[in-house]
Write a protein that binds this ligand. Sequence first.
Ligand code: FES
Ligand code: FES
Length: 176
Amino acid sequence: MKLTLNVNGEDRDLDIDPRTTLLDALRNHLELTGSKKGCDHGQCGACTILLNGRRINACLTLAVMHEGDEILTIEGVGQPGSLSPLQRAFVQNDGYQCGYCTPGQIMSAKGMMAEFDLGWPSNVSDDLTAVPDFSRTEIRERMSGNLCRCSAYPGICAAIEEAAPEERNTGTEAAE
Ligand code: FES
Ligand code: FES
């Protein structure tokens, strides 16, 4: 079937089997291979993208459900030579080794910062009504859906902390 997806600010026409996941549509039909397919079961977070400013696993949803939505993939975040604050911080803090999980980690971190800014609590928040603390414990909990088999976790957390002051000013726009 024919549909149009808005990806990274551009309308992209597709003619696909209605059973195609959003992840496969991005990777196989639009050649946006930055989002990775790790498990294809919603367990690893490698396919994380932002949908209308919220992070989702692109492997768990069908492309046909997203006509009219704003889809942001890692390709829409920064470019070689003009990396986003998070991308720069990942490089500076050794936040990746093989890098396979990195696009998902970065998209998830962006989404997570927007959730912080909206005051959403997590499973480790002491007070569900208070403004959540941008603590290492909160970051670890909120990033726990993104697995890194190289165990670059300390660098990933450090990168998120380093980029937050800059990134949180820009990372919330899509969610507001
Ligand atoms: S590929 Fe989607 S969560 Fe693993
Ligand atoms: S850097 Fe290799 S899986 Fe994360």
